[in-house]
Design a protein around this ligand. Structure first.
Ligand SMILES: C[C@](O)(CO)[C@H](O)COP(=O)(O)OP(=O)(O)OC[C@H]1O[C@@H](n2ccc(N)nc2=O)[C@H](O)[C@@H]1O
Ligand SMILES: Nc1ncnc2c1ncn2[C@@H]1O[C@H](COP(=O)(O)OP(=O)(O)OP(=O)(O)O)[C@@H](O)[C@H]1O
Length: 286
């Protein structure tokens, strides 16, 4: 018995950090959307009480450190399941990139095992459970476009952005989310206007979406890695409608309405970055 799941990457159209909480996490307010760059997760039923994780990507751990493993373990423990699974991850999303690759794999495992193990749980229940794995997992369970609050786990659906191209470019460095949050100085940080972003989405106003992209964590990663600023500049020069770092970075994305411009930006970055993609937003929950 097999179950295939698509695990899509996300970008943060806006990311505001409000304050540091007593539990060490930061209270955030984000607008996120999934894009058409995805890992492929293959779940195979095993008639023994085991979880095995395999991937051909050398940056992805094959043991209990893998978020996909942790998702399967959580499902087993939470629902008292005595069945097993072999998880194969075809990794297409860059690792440690700010695109929620690991979180999306975990979310895909929650959705897939719900079917493979006949658990019949609701998507809301899976999203709530996913928060125990990581702050981005709840959003990834749903996908689409959403407003996420709390530490990221409170998710409310929003309308899809109008169609456009998204050029993603990741410099060769990886960035630890924890390090970026630790280096954030909230007294000096910039804050996006989340309300204006939500309003722009509700009106389907592409120009206003572009005007209101913003990420409080961007300044931190820009200071740590000058490549991020260089990519932003190159995208701007290529005529992008909006340019922003996603999550804690280091991936930068450009929103571009015109086909020719998107292609030009993609081509110009190809020589500069190893990992460049030209994709569409998925927009709605699949
Ligand atoms: C940067 C984002 O990706 C934006 O979408 C998320 O805020 C991070 O989500 P994530 O990778 O799922 O993060 P987690 O695995 O939950 O946390 C990693 C580390 O980031 C920091 N962290 C994360 C989320 C949050 N709201 N406040 C934090 O301070 C904590 O130090 C935590 O130990
Ligand atoms: N399934 C997985 N795929 C990728 N990395 C994983 C996975 N499971 C665990 N990891 C570990 O998590 C680290 C962060 O990887 P990931 O690709 O999820 O980061 P990210 O895209 O920055 O996430 P986010 O945007 O949620 O902060 C990696 O360095 C890797 O060691």
């Amino acid at each position: 018995m097999q179950q295939l799941e698509k695990a899509s990457a996300k970008i943060n159209l806006s990311l505001d950090v409000l304050y540091k909480r007593d539990d060490g996490f930061h209270e955030v307010e984000m607008v996120m959307t999934t894009v058409d760059l995805a890992d492929r997760i293959e779940l195979t039923y095993v008639d023994r009480d085991v979880i095995k994780v395999e991937s051909e990507n050398r940056f992805v751990p094959n043991d209990e450190r893998n978020l996909a493993y942790r998702a399967a373990k959580l499902m087993k423990d939470h629902y008292g399941v005595r069945k097993g699974v072999r998880i194969f991850i075809e990794k297409n999303i860059p690792v440690a990139a700010g695109l929620a690759g690991g979180s999306s794999d975990a979310a895909a495992v929650l959705r897939g095992l719900n079917r493979l193990w006949d658990l019949n749980r609701s998507i809301d229940e899976l999203a709530e459970l996913g928060a125990q794995i990581g702050s981005d997992v709840s959003f990834c369970v749903y996908g689409g476009t959403a407003h996420a609050t709390g530490r990221g786990e409170k998710v409310r659906a929003l309308p899809a952005p109008p169609p456009c191209w998204v050029v993603l470019a990741k410099p060769t460095i990886g960035v630890s989310t924890q390090t970026v949050y630790q280096n954030l100085n909230l007294d000096k940080a910039e804050h996006p206007n989340t309300e204006a972003m939500i309003d722009a989405l509700n009106r389907g106003d592409f120009a206003s979406i572009c005007q209101n992209v913003g990420n409080t964590l961007e300044g931190v990663t820009l200071n740590l890695h000058e490549e991020v600023g260089q990519i932003k500049e190159q995208m701007r020069q290529g005529g992008a409608d909006a340019v922003l770092m996603s999550g804690s970075g280091p991936t930068v994305f450009a929103l571009v309405e015109q086909d020719a411009r998107a292609q030009r930006i993609y081509n110009s970055l190809k020589g500069f970055c190893e990992e460049v993609y030209i994709v569409r937003m998925l927009g709605y929950r699949e």
